[in-house]
Design a protein around this ligand. Structure first.
Ligand code: F6P
Length: 320
């Protein structure tokens, strides 16, 4: 393979630029060329494609977001869109494609491979919810951003002896809530993977106050419910005067952490190796600190992502 393409798709994540950089630099090192597709699968269908040079990826490793832009493009699920995408890739002489994104992006990559066009998926999302990998690009940066916010909120919560509900992202997964809850010493972590009892949550706040706690921080994953709705339920039980902070898209931005930059660089270089070998329909993962290659469909259909539930138990044991 002499010419490969790359796109970023779905929600952006810090470290995507570092991964693109690694793909471009490693491909050039191997004597291959790289073309960038703007705006994910939407740009692919539209033929928004350009050659990437060594300089295009200079000064990029530290930048958040994705300089190739991203888009959510459910229309790519149609065969018509997929065939149009392949036609555009062939028009530019591109023989293989690297897709950085979440599970929707993986399905797009698999569809192209099924039509005979080799693709490799790299897990990139702050949610850390992709099967087949312990960590996704962007998760580490995101949890550090959330942690900074939680530390600040704790200051003001303590000053006013208040209860806070902090809603964090994660789509249907609780990883962001789990990791930041433990790291910030939150009193309670509520995630979609485990049910909750609102009266128990309220009892916990009261007991903490009786023991002299000056604040109560509840980290709530967005996949459970809206933060304001959760606060209303609590206030209906007792007059806690709960304050709510919805951290929102601040969690998706910012310069990637060292860990995300290194992970992205490793994934990017490996993706080039995989395409160079002519493999397609595969995705990369990090398992026990090793980069692994597995089939996209096997990964999506037969593997599940589960957060480390030991962290939840740990928090119950040490937070009060
Ligand atoms: O998948 C990343 C993510 O940030 C989720 O955590 C969140 O639910 C979603 O994207 C938000 O999507 P959008 O930016 O399209 O509103």
């Amino acid at each position: 393979m002499k010419r490969i393409g790359i796109l970023t798709s779905g929600g952006d994540a810090p470290g995507m630029n570092a991964a693109i950089r690694a793909v471009v630099r490693k491909a050039l090192y191997e004597g291959m060329e790289v073309y960038g597709v703007n705006y994910g699968f939407a740009g692919l269908v539209a033929g928004d494609i350009r050659k990437l040079t060594r300089r295009d990826v200079g000064d990029m490793i530290q930048r958040g977001g994705t300089f190739l832009y991203s888009a959510r493009y459910p229309q790519f699920a149609t065969e018509e869109g997929q065939l149009k995408g392949i036609e555009q890739l062939k028009r530019f002489g591109i023989e293989g494609l690297v897709v950085i994104g979440g599970d929707g992006s993986y399905r797009g990559a698999y569809a192209l491979t099924k039509h005979g066009f080799p693709c490799v998926g790299i897990p990139g999302t702050i949610d850390n919810d992709i099967p087949g990998t312990d960590y996704t690009i962007g998760f580490d940066t995101s949890i550090n951003t959330v942690l900074d916010a939680l530390d600040r909120i704790r200051d003001t919560a303590t000053s006013h002896v208040r209860t806070f509900v902090i809603e964090v992202m994660g789509r249907d997964a609780g990883d962001i809530a789990l990791w930041t809850g433990v790291a910030s010493g939150a009193e309670q972590i509520i995630i979609p993977e485990k049910g909750f009892d609102i009266t128990e949550v309220a009892d916990n706040i009261r007991e903490g106050r009786e023991r002299g706690k000056k604040h109560s921080i509840i980290v709530l994953a967005e996949g459970v419910m809206d933060g304001n709705e959760f606060a209303q339920k609590l206030d209906a039980i007792d007059n806690f005067h709960v304050r709510v902070s919805v951290l929102g898209h601040v969690q998706r931005g910012g310069s990637p952490s060292a860990r995300d930059r290194v992970l992205a660089s490793r994934f990017g270089a490996k993706a080039v190796d995989v395409l160079k070998d002519g493999q397609g329909g595969v995705c990369l993962g990090l398992r026990n600190e090793e980069i692994v290659v597995s089939g996209i469909i096997d990964t999506l259909d037969n593997m599940t992502h589960t957060p480390n539930m030991e962290l939840l138990k740990l928090n119950e044991e040490i937070s009060n």
